[in-house]
Write a protein that binds this ligand. Structure first.
Ligand code: PEP
Ligand code: MG
Length: 556
């Protein structure tokens, strides 16, 4: 029978398919004794599991190519280490089950590695992953990480970190459902980047049985478990209707009376560029360069590799604007070689620009690579720093850009309330502002963007957030400088009108949202947007703000 669950819809569209769970950590197998006559069979099971996991890792390596292939092949070799196998068989011979013997043999090997110098210690996480895979196979539970499936599926997870999804095959993922995460979590951002429907903050998502047929409505946040044929047809028809309504929306972003609001794309690397071009993005408003660093969390990518990636993005927008954000590591995007491991509260610790100022060589390489990538191209390159707190931060960043000989505009992201409150002082050092409303909401409401339970406070319609946006936009306007929004707030069509009314000068979002925002913005004049913004700010809650803006725009 059909049942309905409700979460927060964060990426438009409808997905209908079977549930596949993101495999979670493997539990310790119980230490039970087996009779001696079963030892041989258990040893056979262990050998088979090891071979299957090694073959799977090699196959995934072939698929992934590049540096991921080298890592996966090294893992396959770890799995097949002959000494490890000898230890596993010995443990089974004295009464262990295959899974327990693998677990214990890897634990002993792990200790050896951990004490054997920095390089080998760095491989411990890879070794744990191999162990988890073999144990999962022996226990018959889902593999940790991205599901192994040749058929398209709806991915269900507790939450998705960027590193979890590096190997995700976008042609197989019909949609995302997560238990945690709010509208600004990386699951939501990734879903929008891939253009697949997604629902986050769905309590009980973890209990949906593997293989259950569900329908996901990414616009309303509804999940239909065992949807009826009638429901499926109705959802498909509604999605097709929405898509058809958008087909007529083309050209640069503007209000009905011609006030221009460039619509830019958020990208994570060259792979996102075709979708941005196809959606008619007028440039890139946020290039999240940290995705280039996630392949290998132990080293920064070489200058050459960075030049190549930056150039591919810059070349795609020959006359357009491309805003590159320098590395934003830390908090929910930790990098082993940069992020302190022992911070009690990483979101309030050394992250973003703070990390780069502690590691000036990483910033220097990135800025030099950007300067080289832009050489000879007519593109309007703009470079900005994440997590700027005050004027001193903005000055340190601008100084580093000048020292690297970068010919670009330098800007600051407004993600910390102090930066919005003192935007004018920051604008003494930089030429533009870009509002990162995801982190700005997180820090304004003391509400972790990873935690589903506080997603109410992550709602970008919160009037307090709108006040901060207005402060930054007014400061930039007074200085004759630009102030865009590149947080997820820009991808909500109605909110995009309100942001325009608050004085924001450009909107940057996942490519899939651009047609929705363009079509809505074109329906209203700047004066209507300003009235909607004033009405939203005059309320006391996100829900009231949304209704007030809606009422103004629909002329109620
Ligand atoms: C933001 O915080 O709004 C932002 C755009 O940066 P990110 O989501 O990458 O932290
Ligand atoms: Mg941010």
């Amino acid at each position: 029978m059909e049942t309905t669950l409700r979460g927060v819809g964060v990426s438009h569209g409808v997905a209908i398919g079977e549930v596949r769970h993101m495999g979670t950590a493997v539990l310790e197998p119980p230490a039970k004794q087996i009779p001696a006559e079963e030892a041989e069979r258990e040893q056979g099971r262990a050998r088979q599991a090891v071979e299957a996991v090694a073959a799977d890792l090699m196959a995934r390596g072939n698929l992934a190519g590049g540096e991921a292939q080298a890592v996966l092949e090294a893992q396959a070799m770890m799995a097949q280490d002959p000494e490890l196998m000898v230890d596993v068989e010995r443990r089974i011979a004295v009464g262990s089950t295959a899974e327990r013997a693998v677990y214990d043999a890897f634990a002993a090997y792990r200790e050896l590695l951990a004490g054997a110098g920095e390089y080998l210690a760095g491989r411990v996480a890879d070794l744990d992953d191999v162990r988890n895979r073999i144990v999962a196979r022996l226990l018959g539970v889902p593999m940790p990480g991205v599901p192994d499936s040749d058929e398209p599926y709806v991915l269900v997870a507790r939450d998705l970190a960027p590193a979890d999804t590096a190997l995700l095959d976008p042609t197989l993922v019909l949609g995302f459902v997560t238990e945690e995460g709010g509208p600004t979590s990386h699951s939501a951002i990734l879903a929008r980047a891939l253009g697949v429907p997604a629902v986050v903050a769905l309590p009980g998502a973890g209990e949906l049985a593997e293989g259950t047929m569900i329908a996901v409505d990414g616009s309303t946040g509804e999940i239909f478990v065992h949807p009826s044929d009638e429901r499926k047809a109705q959802l498909r028809a509604a999605a097709a209707e929405r898509k058809a309504a958008l087909a007529g929306s083309t050209g640069p972003g503007a209000t009905a009376d011609g006030h221009k609001v460039p619509l830019l794309a958020n990208v994570g690397g060259p792979a996102d560029v075709p979708a941005a071009v196809e959606a008619g993005a007028e440039g890139v408003g946020l290039f999240r360069t940290e995705f280039l660093f996630l392949d290998d969390s132990k080293n920064a990518p070489s200058e050459e590799k960075q030049v190549e990636a930056y150039r591919q993005v810059l070349e795609a927008f020959p006359e357009g604007r491309v805003v590159v954000r320098v590395l934003d590591a830390g908090a929910d995007k930790p990098l082993d070689f940069l992020t302190p491991a022992d911070e009690p509260n990483p979101a309030l610790g050394v992250r973003g620009l703070r990390t780069l100022l502690d590691h000036p060589e990483v910033l220097r390489t990135q800025l030099t690579a950007l300067a080289k990538a832009a050489e000879g191209l007519p593109v309007h390159l703009e470079v900005m720093a994440p997590m700027v707190a005050d004027r001193a931060d903005a000055k340190a960043f601008a100084d580093a850009c000048r020292a690297a000989g970068l010919r670009a505009k330098f800007g600051a992201m407004v993600e910390i309330p102090s930066a919005a409150l003192r935007a004018r002082s920051i604008l003494r050092e930089v030429e533009f502002l870009s509002l990162g409303t995801n982190d700005l909401a997180q820090y304004t409401f003391a509400a972790d963007r990873q935690v589903g339970a506080v997603s109410r406070l992550q709602d970008p319609w919160q009037p307090a957030l709108l006040d901060l946006v207005a402060l930054a936009a007014e400061a930039a306007g007074a200085e004759g400088k630009s102030c865009g929004v590149c947080g997820e707030a820009a991808s909500d069509p109605l909110l995009a009108c309100v942001l325009t009314g608050l004085g924001v000068t450009s909107l940057s979002m996942g490519a899939a949202s651009i047609p929705y925002v363009r079509a809505t913005l074109a329906k209203y004049t700047l004066a209507q947007c300003e009235r909607a913004a004033a009405a939203a700010r005059a309320t006391d809650s996100a829900e009231e703000a949304r209704s007030a803006a809606q009422a103004v725009l629909s002329g109620e």
